[in-house]
Design a protein around this ligand. Structure first.
Ligand code: NAP
Length: 284
């Protein structure tokens, strides 16, 4: 039976450390500030934004929300981004995705100053990650790395398989595992013989967006299974990309949904915002 990696506990420790460092910053007159932009009324985005604002409060940051109507034009959003880029009191800018279809997400991501890009989605920050010389790491893959570290899971020389190649999860995840000397394979919807590949994984990261996609017959006994997915099952209950009850019998470690990668993403966002505030104030 797999050991469950407790993302809530690990994320609480990271937030505690961020809160301590924030106290020191505040005593020297600097209060980190995160600007959160939400466009439209997507209910999942609303929950994510509320959770991020709540986390800011917990660690002692200031947060300011810009809730724009679903009809907002790209030009209007770009104007707001420019204003936030130029606002010295704002250290981090987060534009909640997805954006309504009249807005080109890439254009918005590119408009955010790389110094305030606490999601690490800007091409400049992505490039730094490729090279291995970065300030910000994208929150979800960085959170996965912290979970592996929390259990002293060795990455070097291990077969690491990622299902999913999105810009925000799969691709950067592959870079971070590679930097730790894992042997990395990325799978996607066109991958042939997926099961054969996943069965070779010592560490399997599922970032697919399909409820309970990964089943025990896809797992090598003793594998570490990290579930990034956030889906609803047939009863509307939150679940991951991994069939948890099935896979936990075969894996050595597994992350639950909820309570695994999700809370880590928010903790890493707090860490990035703190780092942004320090950098912008020339503090190491
Ligand atoms: P995405 O952009 O939709 O990417 C999904 C990836 O899965 C794509 O690369 C796709 O392949 C691949 N895929 C889909 N069906 C597949 C199949 N049958 N076999 C193999 N690969 C398949 O999703 P994402 O943004 O990376 O998110 C993935 C999941 O993580 C979602 O459930 C999302 O809600 C969740 N998520 C959670 C957090 C968190 O904080 N916990 C953060 C971000 C995302 P193609 O490229 O070929 O289409």
């Amino acid at each position: 039976m797999a050991k469950i990696i407790d993302g809530k506990a690990v994320s609480a420790m990271i937030k505690e450390s961020v809160a301590q460092q924030t106290k020191e910053l505040v005593s020297s007159g600097i209060k980190p500030k995160l600007a959160v932009v939400i466009v439209g009324d997507d209910s999942a985005s609303r929950v994510y934004v509320n959770n991020k604002k709540k986390a800011c409060e917990v660690v002692g940051f200031e947060s300011v929300e810009y809730a724009l109507s679903k009809d907002t034009t790209q030009e209007e959003l770009l104007k707001l981004i420019e204003k936030l880029n130029n606002d010295k009191s704002v250290n981090g800018i987060l534009c909640q995705l997805p954006l309504p279809k009249q807005i080109d997400e890439e254009a918005i991501i590119t408009a955010i100053s790389p110094l305030k890009d606490v999601d690490a989605f800007h091409a400049e920050n992505v490039g730094h990650i490729m090279i291995g010389n970065y300030t910000f790491l994208p929150c979800t893959p960085a959170g996965v790395m912290e979970l592996l570290k929390s259990e002293n899971i060795e990455i070097e020389g291990k077969n690491c398989v990622i299902i999913g190649r999105s810009n925000i999860v799969g691709k950067p995840m592959s870079m971070l595992l590679l930097q730790k000397n894992g042997t990395v394979t990325i799978c996607h919807s066109k991958t042939k013989n997926l099961k054969e590949i996943t069965k070779s994984a010592d560490i399997l990261v599922a970032a697919i967006g399909v409820a309970k996609f990964v089943t025990a017959d896809m797992i090598k006994p003793g594998a570490v299974v990290i579930d990034v997915g956030m889906n609803r099952d047939e009863n509307g209950k939150l679940c991951g990309d991994v069939d948890f009850d099935d896979v936990k019998q075969t894996a050595s470690y597994i992350t639950p949904v909820p309570g695994g990668v999700g809370p880590m993403t928010i903790a890493m966002l707090m860490q990035n915002t703190l780092m942004a505030a320090k950098k912008q104030n020339n503090i190491n």
